[in-house]
Design a protein around this ligand. Structure first.
Ligand SMILES: Cc1ncc(C[n+]2csc(CCOP(=O)(O)OP(=O)(O)O)c2C)c(N)n1
Length: 374
């Protein structure tokens, strides 16, 4: 299948008139185009900030999105309030685009809480860590919405690695046979930690959807306009009662899988550089600048918005409560359980044996959480 795009200059994708037709309202709207660029730049800055906080021990872990911002922004801005977003850890910052404040995005990453926000309030789930599991949640939600006669629909976001999971394949099959109003959105960033996509699937993820009877589209995931148009195509199909739709956005994770990963062990500097040249944030900036749509004042405003957002994340992180090691044993069962009690005691003994040097916030060592790095 060809990889369709909108933005020029081309980055390995073909300009698709069908995608452009979905953007009539945006391509002539300076404000809307600038808004997409602002979203991209803001997510880039927040991501950099979170990576820095994780490297310095204020967050226990972070899953960077650098290189994938166009997927989050394009899909989130195409989605409507009735579209309930079922995300993985890599889309955590999509919550920011839905209005979730930093103090609810960060606790899970600091280890201060097991969750974050109320999914019903914002129409977006807390991030799924179990790879592929939330495809079933999305399909089930969509099936229930259809049975209830509600306007609600679901969009499940997952990676190329998730396409190997049984759960996800069950979700595709159930959704197809019940014509559930759900969009399956695969972000193909080429790797599942260190495993390349060719080891997950012998055909492109978008092609595999056809085997389930689900139509699909493969788009340039570094082109925010293409992602937006593809998501609109998918949600329109679902909304019209056409059953599920599958989008594959082809992109590349520029950073590590998480802050526990060293990507230089499994990919080359040359490959990384080739994808850096397709940077989705810079690509949108260039498009606006070349079209005469980015004044110096606009560029300043975007930079300030990004800096302000990063500052809010820094401040929120500093104000989060210290992680409580015993907290991870809560909510496993509704009632007391002897095995959980035993594990809680063993973990407390282990921490005590470290002489108080370790914090449950992660391997980076003690952190007061008060000195949040810039
Ligand atoms: C069921 C399950 N198996 C294994 C893991 C460990 N794991 C965490 S992330 C990951 C790779 C997922 O890759 P992909 O689906 O491509 O998403 P990406 O991280 O690239 O966004 C794995 C194997 C897990 N969390 N859940």
């Amino acid at each position: 299948m060809p990889t369709s795009g909108v933005l020029e200059p081309d980055a390995g994708s073909a300009t698709a008139p069908a995608l452009r037709d979905r953007l009539d309202d945006i391509l002539d709207d300076h404000h809307a185009l600038l808004g997409l660029y602002r979203d991209l730049a803001v997510l880039r800055r927040i991501d950099e900030q979170c990576l820095a906080m994780a490297r310095q021990g204020a967050l226990a872990l972070w899953a960077p999105i650098a290189g994938q911002e166009a997927v989050l922004v394009g899909a989130a801005r195409a989605a409507e309030r009735h579209d309930h977003l079922f995300i993985s850890y890599r889309e955590a910052l999509m919550a920011a685009l839905r209005g979730v404040p930093p103090e609810q995005v960060l606790p899970m990453w600091r280890g201060s809480a097991l969750g974050g926000w109320d999914p019903d309030e914002y129409g977006i789930t807390n991030p799924a860590i179990i790879v592929g599991a939330h495809g079933l949640h999305a399909a089930g939600y969509a099936m229930a919405a259809a049975l209830d006669g509600s306007q609600d629909r679901a969009i499940a976001f997952f990676g190329d690695g998730a396409t190997s999971q049984g759960d996800l394949n069950e979700a595709l099959n159930f959704a197809a046979t019940t014509t559930a109003p759900v969009v399956f959105f695969c972000t193909n960033n080429q790797f599942a930690i260190s495993v390349p996509v060719a080891q997950q699937t012998a055909v492109q993820p978008a092609q595999r959807a056809h085997g389930f009877g689900i139509p699909s589209l493969r788009v340039d995931g570094n082109d925010v306009l293409a992602v937006l148009a593809a998501t609109r195509t998918a949600t329109a199909h679902v909304r019209a009662g056409g059953g599920p739709y599958f989008v594959e956005a082809v992109t590349y994770r520029l950073g590590p899988h998480t802050t526990n990963d060293d990507p230089t062990r499994y990919r080359s500097a040359a490959e990384l550089e080739a994808w850096r040249a397709r940077d989705p944030v810079e690509r949108m900036r260039r498009f606006l600048a070349d079209s005469g749509l980015l004044t110096d004042a606009d560029a300043d405003e975007v930079r300030n918005a990004a800096d302000d957002a990063a500052q809010r994340y820094r401040t929120a992180c500093a104000e989060l409560p210290e992680p409580d090691a015993a907290g991870i044993f809560e909510h496993v069962y509704a009632a007391p359980h002897p095995l959980i009690d035993e594990e809680r005691r063993a973990y407390a003994d282990y921490l005590a044996s470290l002489g108080g040097a370790a914090t449950p916030a992660g391997p980076a060592g003690p952190s007061t959480g008060k000195e949040v790095p810039r």
